[in-house]
Design a protein around this ligand. Structure first.
Ligand code: FCB
Length: 457
């Protein structure tokens, strides 16, 4: 059995997001978000549920922090709900909202857990959506003002800032495919959204640096390592397109390259951009977006295998196919493929060279619940995490400056359009009683953190 030891001071953490766990949706002056509106629109969320109560973390955060302390977790990645702080998105701040995050941060620090604060994990104030949302360039400026409000208050204590979580989801999944709030299906608007998200990131970076001296500032992207289904020229081209659509579209501008030229050409050809090109990009924007960062956050769940046949014409997406047997899927029907994490981290290091990387999310949905003794034997999740930790360790061996790893998620929670049907937690949540039970994977994770090592098993 091999033992994989991690570098000294490797950051072991857990991750959550505001709308998925907080609840208290109508308390203490919180404004409406696009997820409140979307989840209450019939047919949008699989089980008809919403985040009104979720894990009731807004009231139970002290217990949740104590739980993390007990597991030995060193860092906690959470997000701030913009409409809790600025109920209308801009203008008047809501003191009770800021107070909540201050209490959370102070409780974390007292427990020896470092806060990693994400500013935007998809809960845009509905008032801003009513003005066009992220398709409206003014939202980028509103975001920078929001970043200012939060970092003025917490910048002395929070020293790790993540501007955005997964702009691919906030742009394409939400505005082109329409599966997430605000549920639009408008490719051209979705591309405008992508640009304004990146612009808002670039505008916020100097604000965060100013208000939080010595802090590390970065952004989290989600990646779909893309493999062609065959070596045919058509499948290779489908893989190129998918990699551009999902990965390079965000990476390239963040790292000082323009939006990828091959994608601009594809989008013009498909009519998703006008013949003049990406007209949302104004002079100076690309420089703002490429503001140097201290780290890149990497969310990885699964890979994509593409083949050339197109799915619904209007989407112009390459078809993605499953090549693994069902036994290797999680309950999300996502393939388990740990080695793509090693390949992804190595690629990011070699092609883009971020100063530092964190895996800001990785985890698996498996429904295993408490047995007769009240124990949750989620061996599949433990195996999933172990194999991905090993893949990450191999990337470190290959020279990747990976500084930490955040397991998604601390708690079972509201999984967006799938509602409460998917359980990603290392801690079981009984949604009727709000009782928490650390699953076997959490107890195993405690051992990994204590040893700073993982056995291959
Ligand atoms: C990621 C999201 C996170 C969670 C996981 C399963 O895309 O960032 O909120 O839903 O997927």
């Amino acid at each position: 059995m091999s033992k994989y030891v991690f570098p000294e001071n490797f950051v072991w953490g857990t991750a959550t997001s505001s709308y998925q766990i907080e609840g208290a949706a109508n308390e203490d002056g919180r404004g409406e978000s696009i997820w409140d509106r979307f989840s209450k629109t019939p047919g949008k969320v699989k089980d008809g549920s919403n985040g009104d109560v979720a894990c009731d973390h807004y009231h139970r955060y002290r217990d949740d922090v104590a739980l993390m302390k007990d597991l030995g977790v060193r860092a906690y990645r959470f997000s701030v709900a913009w409409p809790r702080v600025l109920p209308k998105g801009r203008g008047a701040t809501n003191a009770a909202g800021l107070d909540f995050y201050e209490r959370l941060v102070d409780t974390l620090l007292a427990a020896g857990i470092e806060p990693y604060l994400t500013l935007y994990h998809w809960d845009l104030p509905q008032a801003l959506q009513d003005e066009g949302g992220w398709a409206n360039r003014a939202t980028a400026e509103a975001f920078a003002a929001y970043a200012d409000v939060v970092s003025r208050r917490l910048g002395d204590r929070v020293k790790k800032w993540i501007t955005h979580n997964e702009p691919w989801c906030a742009a394409l999944l939400s505005n082109q495919i329409g599966l997430h709030a605000p549920g639009l299906r408008d490719y051209r608007a979705a591309l405008s959204v992508s640009h304004h998200l990146l612009l808002s990131h670039g505008l916020a970076v100097p604000v965060l640096r100013q208000n939080s001296p010595g802090a590390e500032v970065g952004i989290t992207l989600n990646f779909a390592p893309t493999f062609p289904a065959s070596r045919s020229a058509a499948d290779l081209d489908a893989a190129r397109h998918h990699d551009g659509y999902f990965n390079r579209w965000f990476l390239d501008p963040l790292f000082g390259r323009h939006y990828p030229a091959d994608m601009i050409a594809d989008y013009i050809e498909a009519g998703h951009l006008p013949p003049e090109g990406f007209t949302d990009v104004r002079p100076g924007d690309l420089k703002i977006i490429a503001a140097p960062c201290d780290f890149l956050g990497v969310n990885y769940y699964n890979r994509t295998v593409t083949r050339s046949d197109k799915v619904p014409e209007e989407e112009n997406l390459p078809r993605t196919v499953h090549v693994a047997p069902r036994s290797e899927w999680t309950d999300m029907e996502w393939e388990v493929y740990p080695d793509a994490l090693r390949q992804l981290l190595t690629r990011l290091h070699l092609e883009y060279g971020p100063a530092k990387l964190y895996v800001t999310e990785n985890g698996a949905s498996y429904s295993d619940g408490p047995d007769a003794e009240g124990r949750v034997r989620d061996e599949r999740r433990t195996r999933f995490l172990r194999d991905h930790f090993v893949a990450a360790r191999r990337a470190i061996d290959a020279g990747v400056p990976l500084a930490g790893y955040f397991v998604w998620s601390l708690l079972d929670n509201f999984e967006w359009e799938r509602g409460y049907t998917q359980r990603f937690g290392i801690v079981w949540v009984d949604y009727t009683t709000q009782k928490r039970i650390p699953k076997d994977s959490a107890l195993w994770y405690r051992g990994v953190i204590a040893a700073n090592a993982v056995d291959e098993g």
